[in-house]
Design a protein. Structure first.
Length: 314
């Protein structure tokens, strides 16, 4: 009986410790530092935000995260939205991580080329993948140098996931973990990029249409249209996409119920983390060089993604 009582007391103390730790994690003060760092090309300045627990002095290969944004929005509104508990960055800080997010050239708080002040139709897209890669390299190098670490974890969203994979194929030695969130995995079926979409090059159906201009405006109506384009018709009326207002007064999207759509086999089954060297080997055997400064990297990315899907299917 004493042993049972003792065990119950021990479990109760453990539970209190967990709850106390959870409360402490929620109440921690978070420090934020915004700055610009030098890019790898003359005149390029890159916005970099750092968030960590106040007084933190722990910087290791496994507790530093760098977020990479997609093609539509810069990093802060993607990963540090000031609305309720929507900040992914703050959540990670509360788990003990040191969090960074950066903007590629011509995005957000980074420097912009003169072509950004001209009508979009006068120029082709400005921030191509090989240029964004150089910006990612500059961010990672700056973080490693500041904290004297050898590795960081990359979390990329959408096009940022493709950039994270691009970087990993060249610099796997600098990465602790690689997280690809909503990457382009099936170009032919992609409602916003694939054949039949407004971004398709009609003469070259499997290439991005560079004639669309140097930049685009991401209005609320355009974002809602893109969002609805990826929801099955039968579910659209049951999913709320009305924007609410954030603490700053700017629109912030409400949480939604997940749409019921068929997941590809690679996403439907549980998968372990991919090791970085595996990505390099896949790139080496994809049939086309994974990196080329003379043509878009997209074709190689599609080839690599196809191989990953076939392996996942078993």
């Amino acid at each position: 009986m004493r042993s049972i009582v003792g065990l119950a007391a021990a479990l109760w103390c453990a539970a209190l410790s967990v709850l106390a730790g959870s409360a402490d994690a929620q109440d921690i003060k978070i420090d934020k530092t915004d700055r610009q760092i030098d890019g790898r090309d003359p005149g390029v300045k890159l916005f970099l935000r750092e968030k960590m627990a106040a007084g933190n002095s722990k910087f290791t290969d496994d507790n530093i995260v760098l977020f990479l944004h997609g093609a539509t929005s810069p990093s802060a509104c993607d990963f540090d939205l000031g609305y309720k508990d929507y900040s992914w960055a703050d959540w990670l800080v509360k788990q003990g991580y040191v969090v960074y997010m950066g903007d590629y050239r011509n995005y957000g708080g980074s420097s912009r080329e003169a072509a950004m002040d001209a009508p979009a139709a006068q120029h082709e897209p400005l921030t191509r993948s090989y240029l964004a890669l150089r910006d990612v390299e500059a961010m990672v190098d700056a973080i490693k140098a500041e904290h004297h670490v050898g590795k960081v974890t990359l979390i990329g969203w959408s096009w940022g996931a493709m950039m994270a994979g691009y970087y990993a194929s060249l610099h796997s030695e600098n990465l602790h973990k690689l997280v690809l969130y909503a990457p382009l995995y099936n170009f032919n079926d992609h409602t916003n990029l694939g054949p039949g979409s407004g971004l398709q090059d009609k003469r070259k159906p499997y290439q991005f249409n560079a004639a669309l201009g140097a930049y685009r405006f991401a209005s609320e109506a355009a974002n809602t249209g893109r969002w609805n384009g990826e929801i099955p018709t039968e579910n659209k009326t049951s999913i709320a996409t009305r924007p609410s207002r954030s603490n700053s007064g700017k629109p912030a999207w409400r949480p939604i119920r997940p749409a019921k759509r068929a997941a590809p086999p690679a996403c439907a089954r549980p998968m372990a983390c991919w090791k970085i060297p595996s990505i390099r080997r896949l790139a080496a055997h994809s049939g086309t060089p994974p990196i080329s400064m003379r043509r878009p990297w997209l074709s190689a990315a599609i080839s690599i993604a196809g191989r990953i899907r076939r392996i996942a299917k078993g």
